[in-house]
Write a protein that binds this ligand. Structure first.
Ligand SMILES: Nc1ncnc2c1ncn2[C@@H]1O[C@H](COP(=O)(O)OP(=O)(O)O)[C@@H](O)[C@H]1O
Ligand SMILES: [Mg+2]
Length: 322
């Protein structure tokens, strides 16, 4: 258990209803200072509702919430000054320039970052004098992030920070998140991109239908680290699956097996191959990917349903990546 001074955010039993829809159902988690924490889930899972309650923009129906030691409801000024917020949809005056809007917002904070530093951090050097209306979607999103960090926040909320970004802008945003973390900023981000959660987050909460269905470091969430391993290799020439010393199946040119004890399986397999001087080309050992875990955990909820990943297909897809 971490001490109160190390906790940036604590949420306990948080619930939110819109009419009859239970958008957030008894969600609990804590975020440590300096941590990058991701809420990962399909559209409609309740991510934005959760973070907007933490930001003080939405009310809650039940539960307790502490953000940097404050209850965020009512948006107390003492808290507001210490938060950076990047909403999923941000409306800024289209006729102001990038520099104008950043300069204006810098004035709202006691010790803002220099405007030029922020422009460089978000990669808008060439656009400082451009009107917001003339920016591309990705550039507007980078400006949103710039507005989120201008006040030198201790805690920043990034709601879908890279949606609509091209791959290079995405990498830029990831580098920025890492730079902010190195500078000591606590970051809570929402995303429906598994690779983004995996690349950035110290811990991930998978949220589906308003509930956290798994929580932990990306490397072990959902039991990934203790799941069965899938061993895969190209079938040696002239060998059939029934010749192998392990119960493998042939999948095209490859042989594949799942094993709860991969050291033993590999020992038998490699010993057998060495004795016969047979190659095991392309040998890989993999556990569940974050995507496998995510699709399994969110199966049946709206967003995951549209991806179309019936549970039966998961075992066949395990190990087929990377
Ligand atoms: N202001 C609102 N009024 C009614 N329903 C809402 C409102 N905001 C969100 N919802 C619904 O609540 C659910 C969760 O939405 P949201 O928190 O935006 O999810 P996410 O950010 O994960 O996509 C969705 O079904 C959404 O349609
Ligand atoms: Mg959202």
């Amino acid at each position: 258990m971490v001490s109160a001074a190390q906790v940036a955010v604590e949420v306990d039993g948080l619930s939110k209803r819109y009419g009859t829809l239970e958008a957030v159902r008894s969600v609990s988690f804590a975020v440590e200072r300096g941590e990058v924490f991701a809420l990962l889930g399909p559209n409609g899972a309740g991510k934005t509702t959760t973070v907007e309650i933490l930001e003080g923009f939405r009310s809650r129906d039940a539960g307790t919430v502490s953000v940097l030691g404050h209850d965020p409801s009512g948006r107390p000024r003492a808290l507001r000054e210490r938060l950076g917020i990047v909403l999923q949809e941000l409306a800024v005056e289209p006729n102001l320039t990038v520099r104008e809007v950043l300069t204006r917002n810098a004035g709202y904070y006691p010790s803002p970052r220099p405007v030029d530093e922020v422009i460089a951090l978000v990669g808008l050097e060439g656009k400082a004098s451009s009107r917001i209306a003339r920016l591309s979607g990705g550039q507007q999103r980078r400006l949103d992030v710039g507005l989120g960090i201008i006040g030198r926040p201790e805690l920043i909320f990034l709601d879908e920070p890279t949606t609509g970004f091209d791959p290079s802008a995405r990498r830029g945003a990831w580098d920025l998140v890492r730079a902010l973390q190195e500078g000591g900023t606590t970051i809570i981000l929402t995303t429906h991109y598994m690779d983004e959660a995996e690349a950035l987050a110290d811990r991930v909460a998978v949220i589906a239908r308003g509930q956290i269905v798994a929580l932990g470091p990306p490397s072990s969430i959902g039991g990934r680290d203790v799941s069965e391993a899938t061993i895969r290799f190209r079938m040696p020439p002239g060998v059939a699956a029934s010749d192998l010393p392990v119960p493998a199946r042939a999948i095209g040119e490859f042989a594949e097996l799942t094993s709860a004890d991969e050291i033993e399986s590999l020992h038998r397999l490699t010993g057998w191959a060495l004795e016969r001087a047979l190659p095991l080309t392309g040998l890989t050992v993999e556990r569940l990917t974050l995507e496998d875990v995510y699709l399994r955990l969110t199966a049946g909820s709206d967003g995951a349903g549209s991806i179309g990943a019936p549970t039966e297909q998961l075992s066949a897809s395990v190990g087929g990546r990377r």
